[in-house]
Design a protein around this ligand. Structure first.
Ligand SMILES: Cc1cc2nc3c(=O)[nH]c(=O)nc-3n(C[C@H](O)[C@H](O)[C@H](O)COP(=O)(O)O)c2cc1C
Length: 255
């Protein structure tokens, strides 16, 4: 199965700059051809292609929109405030329909039409729950209680790509605890992005089978301090780039 990254359903409420977007105002045969090509590429070796449709909501990137829509006007807190997300404009119930529901429906139909020959799915769907799982005990408990059939891991999986393997072979009982403020989701997402970039530098073969090759250890407070400094540098550069008309790049590169 191949799942895309976020594909925005609204051209102004992006999850991140450079998201692919499906929106009725931009419908064209060229865009349909490109999305069809994308679906074909994903399916070329027999994978099931799933498109992830998203609306940024209050988490919309400030780089794309300074007045994002939200279900309330409560801002997502980030450190420093306002650098990633800003106070959203609360939608009315009618706007939730016209600006969110209708856009999702439109994008789903567009995606279905572009990838039409995708076989019927969800007959034997397995439900995965993601978010906050760190200990094996809690994961097992959630499955035993039938809350979910599988566990998804986000941030812990970029810190330790072989964590599922280690859990299954019984060598660990939890993810490693990082030294970030647990409420600073955006900072942690950026840190995960930096780890993904590190993983991409080398092949596992060239690293002698070491999947942890070059990955920063954020359980170490000193590493987090270095990361914080580099994050501020990145924001500065993003601001400069945005002002000079260049597309800002949101990636913290660690050594
Ligand atoms: C590097 C990274 C990329 C992610 N990309 C997406 C995404 O494309 N769509 C999405 O809905 N969530 C995405 N998430 C959020 C995760 O699915 C998950 O909800 C979140 O990280 C909380 O789970 P965790 O506590 O295991 O990290 C991403 C998370 C990380 C760390």
């Amino acid at each position: 199965m191949i799942l895309t990254g976020n594909v925005a359903v609204d051209p102004t409420n992006l999850e991140a700059i450079s998201n692919a977007i499906i929106f009725k105002e931009g419908d064209s045969s060229e865009r349909r051809a490109l999305f069809t090509q994308w679906a074909q590429k994903m399916k070329q070796d027999g994978a099931l292609a799933i498109i992830q449709l998203s609306h940024g909501g209050r988490q919309s990137s400030v780089w794309a929109n300074r007045t994002p829509f939200g279900v309330s006007d409560i801002e997502l807190k980030t450190d420093p405030p306002g650098i990633m997300c800003v106070k959203p404009v609360a939608l009315t119930t009618e706007q939730v329909k016209s600006e969110v529901v209708d856009r999702f429906v439109y994008a789903a139909k567009f995606a279905y039409e572009c990838g039409k020959n995708i076989r019927p799915v969800f007959k034997n769907t397995v439900v995965y729950l993601t978010g906050g799982f760190r200990t094996v005990g809690a994961m097992v408990d959630a499955v035993l209680r039938n809350t979910t059939q599988g566990i998804g891991l986000g941030r812990p999986a970029t810190a330790e790509p072989d964590l599922p393997k280690k859990i299954l072979n019984g060598s660990v009982l939890s993810a490693v605890q990082d030294a970030f403020n647990p409420n600073d989701l955006i900072k942690q997402m950026l840190a995960s992005g930096s780890q993904l970039e590190q993983m991409g530098r080398n092949s596992v073969r060239k690293a002698g089978g070491n999947v942890m090759d070059q990955i920063s250890d954020y359980s170490d407070e000193r590493v987090v301090e270095v990361f914080n400094g580099k994050t501020m540098e990145m924001y500065g550069k993003m601001q400069k780039d945005a002002l000079s008309g260049k597309a800002p790049k949101m990636l913290v590169v660690m050594n």
